[in-house]
Design a protein around this ligand. Structure first.
Ligand code: GDP
Ligand code: IMO
Ligand code: MG
Length: 447
């Protein structure tokens, strides 16, 4: 029987990207796993790229995760993929095999929701063909993984979901219908090649065999884990400004990326989300198309944007595209803080700003002759925003790997305090390097 009294036993923390993704969510989730027993993905798919750096020197290992939750790297942590995730079964199995080859035990610790919509070959074909058809200024710059078309099928109530895999006849029937529909669009409207039913059917039946032991009722699993007193971490993918409803639409991804989705995308009650940690870079990046008010030039030697790009190694994990870089945007963060209900901020990549003489912080915009201090909704208004900057002094000292607040230069402390004041959320954690230990704790989310 469901007993709501379990809500007081465990503590659950939601980790959310507050910008346009790649804020360092993976590093922080991995770092926080010493206080948790489970890590849960609740939206997105293998468009995510989370990089984890574990250990020092020759023993250092770098893990790049797309679908597998970042808890997998610490032994004993259970990992869960909730119903809000769109699942490319072939990709997941490949990722699991690569991690197991690297010596990690994955299959026995990973559970996948039977309700995840499946990404199939026609979704990828439609994603790619649609992007190819768009004119250069209208391209979203998707990752080409089929994410958008799969979410479309989910909402249209024609998606095949994980549980369909285990009923071959039903699967075949549904697949036939959905492939016919997409092949019509692919060939008649998008000018692309049709996908092959048999190939997809055979691949899916193979995937079904390998996936079966991992499939579960994730809501029930998480409820039971909390009831046992286990703390859970909900790992966001993408970032708030890529949210389908609240982001710079249409230059967004196709899922809700905000904290509330941790409930809808797993089937865990909203009263079980106890702390929302917003991850934000000390500057801003974006990969793909769409407006970016505080964007900087990243190609001129010696320019601040170029330093962010080069020193921050701002190359997309999934598509290997150069990430666009710009100043910290406090007006965008204010919207993120508001819609996620952030409890605390984690500011990452502070070290990347070392040596920049003066730093600009975007505090608001001029839009249609008016001053505003909150990022507007949707791409059209955001594209019209002219940033208003406040200039603060930078620092010449090295902050890479600093582990204490007192170890930071005064100007770096002042910069962080200013961001905190402008965003209206306390800074709980500061990250000064990619490795686990390169972290300053001010207030621990699991305290
Ligand atoms: P995610 O998608 O939010 O998990 O972020 P990504 O992993 O795509 O991108 C963040 C990158 O920055 C990764 O390569 C991390 O290893 C790296 N990183 C994370 N925190 C820090 C930091 O504090 N300093 C530096 N220099 N690198 C960091
Ligand atoms: P993580 O979890 C940064 C971007 C794409 C594109 C838009 C839509 O690593 O932060 P999609 O393939 O989702 O339909 O593409 O969203 N995008 C990301 N940008 N980090 C990500 O994930 C992203 N996932 C999608 O570049 O602009
Ligand atoms: Mg990433």
């Amino acid at each position: 029987m469901v007993n709501t009294a379990t809500k007081h036993i465990a503590k659950n923390v939601v980790v959310i990207g507050t910008q346009w993704g790649d804020e360092g969510k993976g590093k922080i989730v991995d770092w926080l796993t010493d206080h948790a027993q489970g890590v849960v993905r609740f939206q997105g798919g293998h468009n995510a790229g989370h990089t984890l750096v574990v250990g020092q020197g020759d023993a250092q290992r770098v893990y790049k995760l797309n679908l597998v939750p970042s808890g997998i790297v610490r032994s004993g942590i259970n990992c869960y993929i909730g119903n809000g995730v769109v699942l490319d079964a072939g990709h997941l199995l490949g990722e699991i095999a690569a991690l197991e080859k690297d010596g990690l035990e994955v299959k026995s610790r990973l559970k996948v929701s039977s309700g995840c919509p499946l990404i199939l070959s026609h979704h990828v074909a439609v994603d790619v063909a649609r992007e190819a058809k768009r004119s250069a200024d209208k391209k979203i710059g998707t990752t080409g993984k089929g994410i958008g078309p799969t979410y479309e099928d989910k909402v249209a109530r024609r998606a095949l979901r994980v549980y369909d895999l285990f009923y071959p006849e039903r699967f075949s029937e549904k697949l036939k219908e959905v492939i016919d529909y997409h092949n019509f669009v692919l060939t008649n409207y998008l000018g692309a090649k049709a996908v092959d039913f048999n190939q997809q059917y055979d691949a899916s039946m193979q995937h079904a065999i390998a996936l079966k032991p991992m499939i579960s009722d994730i809501s029930a699993e998480l409820y039971a884990a909390n009831a046992r007193g286990e703390n859970l971490l909900f790992e966001g993918a993408q970032g708030t400004l890529l949210d389908i409803d609240h982001g710079t639409y249409p230059y967004v991804t196709s899922s809700n990326c905000i904290a509330g989705q941790a409930s809808a995308g797993t089937g865990v009650g909203a009263n079980m989300l106890h702390y929302v940690l917003g991850i934000t870079k000390a500057y801003t990046t974006r990969v793909g198309g769409g407006p970016f008010p505080s964007e900087l030039d990243i190609d001129t030697e010696g320019a601040p944007g170029t330093q962010m790009s080069v020193k921050g190694q701002e190359i997309g994990t999934v598509t290997k595209r150069k990430r666009r870089c710009g100043w910290f945007d406090a007006a965008a963060l204010r919207r993120s803080a508001m819609i996620n209900g952030l409890t605390g901020l984690c500011i990452t990549k502070l070290d990347v700003l070392d040596g920049i003489k003066e730093l600009n912080i975007c505090t608001g915009y001029e839009l249609d002759g008016k001053k505003i201090d909150l990022l507007p909704i949707g791409a059209d208004d955001v594209a019209g925003c002219k940033p208003i900057y406040e200039t603060v002094p930078g620092w010449s000292e090295n902050t890479f790997g600093v582990k204490t607040w007192d170890g930071l230069p005064k100007n770096a402390q002042n910069y962080l305090k200013r961001l905190e004041a402008l965003c209206g959320v306390p800074v709980a954690i500061v990250s000064t390097g990619p490795e686990r230990d390169e972290t300053i704790v001010i207030e621990h989310p699991f305290a």
